[in-house]
Design a protein around this ligand. Structure first.
Ligand code: PMP
Length: 351
């Protein structure tokens, strides 16, 4: 607190990211990073672009990257918006599309940045409780609202809704924007990108941080019909004309174009997730059905807080949320096979 602060600063409720400690030998399963590196073509692209042309500003509209994303989703260039991580894309979404007289709806348990952005941009919200199995029930969103945002798969549960449920939500709210945050969709969900040509009120947000293994590059994007994308462009050009630097644009384009690497690393993570789910279940955990690169699990006999601390003492970091209903759950990122094994060894020692 300082007398130099603007009044707005006092009212903020900043997002707390998973920690990034520098502990030797740490098994880091707390921020849903990809355990495999990005495509080698990404590294080559960055090396090739690391030259004296960096004295120039980047393309402010990231045209080449947007075109490659558009091609992959069978959309037009002007139906793609890119930003500095999907967090930045979501900031523009909140400010530019989700603030209306009626409240914005989102689940009471979801990505906690939504609450932070709602606070920052003065968006009135109404949290919709998850059902008894910690799932999203589309019928619960059938109430007056200004807009809706859902993560699909949801975070931190990992549970995905089928495309038919997303479509029902979109058709049930023809006068509201429905935003689907698909940060984890590539690990087993069904993307709503295929619906964009049919619904003017649908916006899909994705990221390069998870399935493309580029959390350090900061690239995210939104897909939607022209009026929605135009709102985001107007927000961006009122805030930062060059959100993606030259290296990020080049590298992300190379990532989109290496579909083989994408599929191979994704398949490895999905296979590890299935093995880890079975191993945790054998050890007395309840593991929610995950379509993401993490699992959300609780043990019948060990409180979540105790487990997190005991794991940390063994240099294994997982994420824990001290929220009602989920305080006993651990959110565990799928690591390499070796990291999963180290996690299980630590769990065996603890329980
Ligand atoms: N949406 C969800 C649901 C997430 O979990 C995350 C990662 N914290 C993001 C968006 C943002 O990811 P990024 O800014 O790295 O694209």
């Amino acid at each position: 607190m300082s007398r130099f602060w603007s009044s707005a600063v006092h009212d903020l409720d900043p997002y707390v990211a998973g920690e990034q400690p520098k502990i030797a030998g740490l098994v880091k399963l707390n921020t849903n990073e990809n355990p495999y590196g990005p495509s080698p073509r990404v590294i080559e692209a960055i090396a090739a672009a690391a030259n004296d042309r960096l004295r120039l500003y980047p393309d402010p509209s990231s045209t080449i990257l947007r075109q490659s994303i558009a091609n992959r989703f069978d959309l037009a260039l002007d139906q793609v918006f890119v930003g500095n991580g999907s967090d930045e894309v979501l900031a523009f979404v909140f400010a530019g599309l989700l603030k209306h007289d009626l409240p914005l709806l989102y689940p009471d348990i979801t990505y906690s940045f939504y609450k932070t952005y709602a606070r920052l941009f003065n968006v009135t919200v109404e949290e919709v409780p998850l059902d008894g199995q910690l799932g999203i029930r589309i019928a619960d969103y059938d109430r007056p609202c200004g807009a809706i945002i859902l993560a699909n798969p949801n975070a931190p549960t990992g549970i995905a809704l089928p495309l038919s449920a997303i479509e029902a939500l979109v058709t049930g709210h023809p006068d509201q924007v429905v935003v689907v945050d698909e940060a984890y969709v590539d690990f087993g969900g069904e993307s709503a990108a295929s619906l964009i040509s049919r619904y003017e009120n649908l916006l899909v947000v994705q990221t390069f941080s998870k399935s493309r293994s580029l959390a350090g590059l900061r690239v995210g994007f939104a897909l939607g019909q022209r009026p929605l994308i135009e709102a985001l462009e107007r927000m961006k050009d009122s805030f930062n004309s060059y959100p993606l630097d030259t290296l990020a644009q080049t590298a992300a384009t190379a990532a989109v174009e290496d579909e083989a690497w994408f599929c191979e690393t994704r398949d490895r993570i999905v296979a590890s997730r299935d093995r880890l789910t079975a191993a945790l279940t054998e050890r007395g955990f309840e593991v929610l059905p995950s379509s993401a690169n993490f699992v959300f699990a609780r043990h019948s006999a060990h409180p979540g807080g105790d487990l997190v601390r005991a794991l940390r003492e063994r240099a294994v970091l997982v994420r824990h949320f001290t929220k009602p209903r989920i305080a006993d759950f651990l959110r565990i990122t799928i690591g390499t096979e070796e990291e999963c094994r180290q996690l299980l060894t630590a769990i065996d020692q603890i329980i």
